[in-house]
Structure formats: C-alpha cells, structure tokens
Design a protein around this ligand. Structure first.
Ligand SMILES: Cc1cc2nc3c(=O)[nH]c(=O)nc-3n(C[C@H](O)[C@H](O)[C@H](O)COP(=O)(O)OP(=O)(O)OC[C@H]3O[C@@H](n4cnc5c(N)ncnc54)[C@H](O)[C@@H]3O)c2cc1C
Length: 385
C-alpha cells in the first residue's frame, strides 16, 4: 500500500508573530489550508515571547518608516478586526539625543518622517522634561517624540493572529519540527518534518533566529545571526503613569517603559557574541540599571522583580530580509528583523501575503531582498536599540 503524502498550498516554518501574521493575511486573501509548523507547543514561544513590546515608526530609512506606519494602522484597528481585547497603547516614543552628530541626524530624520505623515516633534530638553518630569536631562541636546508610537502585547497579538488564521482555514501544527526541505533541483517542493513530509509549491521561512539553518537546507546563504538581548522589570512604583512614553536614551542605548506598574529596562550588550544561549545573565543587570538611573534617578528606589533574555535575529545592515530567494523557486523569506520584528509583523504579514497571492507587494520591497548583500547595495538602518 502506498502512503499519500500530506500537501498544502503554503507551508510556513515558525509560529512567531511573523509566521502567524503571514498565515492570517494569506487567509484573508483566500488562501485556505495553509500549514504553520512550530516545534514549540504554542505560538510566540521564540523571540516573540521575549519581546519588550515596543511599536515605533521612527526609523532612519524611509522603507522602515513605511512598513511600521502600515503596521500601526493595523494595530490601531486590531481590536475591531481581530475581536481581541485592547492590545495597542499609543503612549509614544521619546528619543533623547546627547551628541551633536546624532541630534542633527535625528532632526533630519524627523523631517523625513513628517513628510511621510508621522506626527514627529523635535523637542528641547525642557520639552522632553514636560513629557517625563522624572528625567534628568543633563547633557541632553534635544529629543524627538512621536505620539502614534507605543506599546503592544506580543502574546495576545500573536495568539489573535493564530486564532483568526485558523478561522480562515490555516492549520497550526505544534510540536512539529521542520527538519529539511524536499527539492527538485534548485526548486523547493516540500518540507521534511518530525511527523513526515509535506508537499507544497511554497515554503515561507519565518523561523526567526533559527532562519539561517532553514535557508541553508535550500543552499541559500542567509546572513541572520542570533544575539542574546535582555530585559529586566522592576516592581511597581507609584510615580509610573499609564501615559509614560517609551524612553530611549541614545547615549547609552537604554530603553524604558511601563510594564505591570513597574518599569521595563532593556539594553543591547554590544560585547555579546552570536549564539543561541537564552539564559539570563544577572551580572548584566548592573550595566542596564546604571545608565537607566542616570536618566531617571527615582530608579534608586526600585527593586527588580524579574528578568529574561531572548534572541534578536540580526542582519549586517539591521534590515529585514523579505521576498523570494533568488534562484530558488518555492522559497520565500521573512527574516532578520534585527530587533523590530514584532512592531512590523502586521505590515509584513500583509505585504508577504500580497507578494504570494498577487506576485508583488503594494510597497516596493526590493531594497529588502536578500540579493542586496551580494551586490553590496545595503542601506543601514541606524535607529536600532
Ligand atoms: C529582549 C528582546 C526585546 C525585543 N523588543 C522588541 C520590541 O520592543 N519591539 C519589536 O518590534 N521587536 C522586539 N524584539 C524583536 C522581536 O521579538 C523579533 O524581531 C520578533 O519576535 C521576530 O518574530 P519571528 O516570528 O520572526 O521570530 P520568533 O518569534 O522567534 O518565531 C520563530 C519561530 O520559529 C520556530 N522554529 C524555528 N525553527 C523551526 C523549525 N525547524 N521547525 C519548526 N519551528 C521552528 C521557533 O520555535 C519560533 O517559535 C525583541 C527581542 C528580544 C529578544
């Protein structure tokens, strides 16, 4: 007796915010029976579940601004469209600048961002202090603030994408690992999994920090490296207001926002080597608290309640890699978000679904194709936290 192999019109590897958003948008565009493979028991168990929840549109490249604007439009109507609770809180992002060159660059970017429709203000230190009176603004030259940036809940958002994708016919297979790709020459024709093969004309790589391994099965060199990143959260403090914006001090790179009545503190350890270790390095806490306290002296009273680490999936130019893998029919990439995958997930979901169904996305994503690395045509995204 011959065993028939499972088939699907599209197989997505990875049920993080990106894979779940793509599955949802494919469902909205009428693609039924999309299979999403996730080796963990639930969606969002990778980097998505470790994310700080920041959602911003203040980027240095026009394309990142546009993708984030598109995503924020989705987040603004998320509750109504997805039948979820409130998941998006537009408290704004406040960037503090302390050196001349960066301040000049942020002012030029703010003009570009305003040209694209964002309500970005450039502020004096006094203006920044009016927004967050607890700040010590010593050495700060100026600030930028965008009131439509904010915070979101990564778990609820990813699970809402999953629930709505399921309602539109997608099948999420948890505890199933993709172990290889079926190929006919260069063409990808399916996925080998821990529970058998699935034949499909299209595989979407949404494997987050593990995406390079998936691409390698198809002979594709994808420059996405995993970097450990930490967050720490203090116990609740009375002065923390619900309207407190996300504060990013570009001098140290420390970022802070309200979390469960306390303050979430995050900072990238630039000395960290790539790797898949996600254990929490408590020795790093001091290096985060020090610059945070310099900006918000009230933190001297704070007690840290918990902390965790997850992985940034980082590319050399800190931009995502989106689109078909050149010379490898049957493989699409949605990888390398370099610390901004959650905020861009709804837009990326829409654009990838357009690419798959219509043959091209409604925004020109050519600058984000993998081939940019071969041609040395990369434009670096400099607003990376
Ligand atoms: C500490 C920290 C703070 C962050 N803060 C922010 C922030 O404020 N705002 C923001 O926008 N972004 C932030 N990020 C980045 C953001 O979390 C990521 O960019 C985003 O979650 C990427 O989503 P993803 O779906 O591509 O990856 P993931 O969520 O990692 O999903 C990939 C999934 O693929 C699965 N997978 C991998 N290989 C296989 C396989 N072979 N078979 C089956 N399944 C597989 C994994 O288990 C995983 O669940 C932060 C990240 C960290 C670590």
């Amino acid at each position: 007796m011959t065993q028939t192999r499972a088939t699907a019109p599209v197989v997505i590897i990875g049920a993080g915010c990106i894979g779940a958003a793509i599955a949802y948008h494919l469902g909205r565009r009428g693609v039924r029976d999309v299979v999403v493979l996730e080796r963990e028991p639930v969606s969002g168990a990778g980097s998505t579940g470790k994310c700080a929840g920041g959602i911003r549109q203040q980027f240095s490249t026009e394309l990142n601004v546009r993708i984030s604007e598109l995503s924020v439009r989705h987040y603004e109507r998320f509750e109504a469209e997805m039948g979820s609770g409130p998941v998006f809180f537009p408290v704004g992002y406040l960037f503090l600048l302390s050196d001349e060159a960066r301040w000049a660059a942020f002012q030029a970017q703010a003009a570009m961002q305003r040209g694209l429709g964002l309500p970005v203000q450039t502020l004096t230190p006094e203006g920044a202090g009016a927004l967050v009176p607890q700040l010590d603004l010593d050495g700060v030259l100026g600030a930028t603030f965008c009131s439509t940036d904010g915070l979101g809940n990564p778990h609820e958002i990813t699970q809402a994408f999953e629930a709505q994708a399921r309602a539109l016919g997608a099948r999420f297979r948890f505890g199933v690992e993709a172990t290889g790709l079926l190929r006919d020459g260069r063409r990808v024709t399916g996925v080998q999994t821990s529970e058998g093969d699935i034949v499909t004309p299209l595989v979407v790589n949404a494997a987050g920090a593990w995406a390079a391994a998936v691409a390698e099965w198809a002979g594709v060199d994808l420059p996405v490296l995993p970097y450990r990143r930490h967050c720490f959260v203090t116990k609740p403090m009375a002065w923390i207001d619900e309207r407190l914006p996300m504060v990013v001090d570009m001098k140290s790179g420390v970022y802070m926002h309200r979390e469960s009545g306390g303050l979430l503190l995050g900072l990238a350890d630039r000395d960290e080597s790539p790797g898949f270790d996600t254990s929490t390095n408590w020795d790093f806490l001091e290096r985060v608290v020090e610059p945070a306290m310099e900006r918000i002296p009230a933190l001297a009273e704070a007690e840290v309640a918990h902390g965790w680490a997850g992985l940034y999936e980082t590319t050399p130019d800190h931009n995502a890699v989106l689109g078909p893998a050149e010379g490898v029919p049957g493989l699409m990439l949605a990888n390398g978000f370099s610390g901004h995958g959650f905020m861009q997930a709804p837009g990326v979901g829409q654009l990838m679904a357009e690419w798959i169904v219509d043959g091209r996305p409604s925004l020109d994503l050519t600058p984000l194709r993998l081939e940019r690395f071969r041609d040395a045509r990369t434009v670096v995204e400099s607003n990376v936290i």
